[in-house]
Design a protein around this ligand. Sequence first.
Ligand SMILES: Nc1ncnc2c1ncn2[C@@H]1O[C@H](COP(=O)(O)OP(=O)(O)OP(=O)(O)O)[C@@H](O)[C@H]1O
Ligand code: NI
Length: 346
Amino acid sequence: MTTTTLPRPDTAAGDRPEPVLSVRDLRTAFKTSHGIVRAVSGVSLDVYPGECLGVVGESGSGKSVTFASVMGLVKKPGWVEDGEILYRGRDLTRLSDRELRALRGKDIAMTMQDALTALNPALTVGEQILEVLRAHADDLPRGRAGRAEARRRAVEMLDLVGIPSPADRLNEYPHQFSGGMRQRIMIAIALACRPRLLIADEPTTALDVTIQAQVLELIADIRARLGMSVVLITHDLGVVAEHCDRVVVMYAGQVVETGPTRAVISDPKHPYTQGLLDSIPRLSDLSHPIRPIQGQVPELIDLPPECRFIGRCPKRTPDCRTGIDMRPAGPGRAARCILVGEETEA
Ligand SMILES: Nc1ncnc2c1ncn2[C@@H]1O[C@H](COP(=O)(O)OP(=O)(O)OP(=O)(O)O)[C@@H](O)[C@H]1O
Ligand code: NI
């Protein structure tokens, strides 16, 4: 398939700076006993300085694998087959493990979907933050002064994420914290070296609604204070609507729609995005009944070239069998649907 050229985001407000992160035509696969699972097939996206980008899609659409690829954390039987991952102009797919380790935490940090398994149960939260600081903070003095300074920063981080009495709680283990607090701790660890880019993978799935809102507010607040970019991975378009400047909608390992959040939500161009909207009570037009998208995500093995949404699409036509690349769909927008061009011309 040809390389997808994404339109630049709306530049009406002035020229956009260069993206912090540019993913181009990324392909990541897993070898399984059933065949090769193509979890990510040709994903392209950009993250701009200071923005919050939402990445949304149902379970299994390839959100986590896309960003595990960015972090160089895809493990066997998986591998990155092809594509470019440009971080401030450097292609991360060409870096050695050592160079990638140096970058992780310091430049790009990711909080994992499952806070309990991502934290080390055998180390206190203080030790885990100090580990990151020791590995990356090159401005720390040597010896005792350095240790004291690292500790001070660890307390500051726990305080920043809203953990009460941070100096005391530094010496506690992950299991001594609630689910919401563990998510905060993971964010504290991720932020310890003040990365330029934070990738938050489903930071709120396991949390109750009030705590969810708190964690998202916290990320927004820190983003504003530290001026970093955030990628918020979620299956909840409602979360995207509230917190993200732009959105990337993924389906079956591909990007199917991208654009400024407000534009995409008020006028979705891809039937899958429309389907996601209709399945969310808060966002769907209340004059229509709320309905989940019928059918299932196709198995990602030996997929034909046709549109991957064809089996579930209420608007499918015989032409959808040929498959399609992303098409421009308005300022800063693109969608992978043959109806897009026709609609604009009509
Ligand atoms: N270790 C693995 N072995 C085989 N296939 C895998 C593996 N990890 C992921 N996959 C495949 O990649 C697909 C995409 O997974 P991914 O975790 O990226 O989805 P996701 O969009 O993050 O979903 P969720 O919302 O459930 O987190 C999965 O459906 C699965 O088929
Ligand atoms: Ni995931």
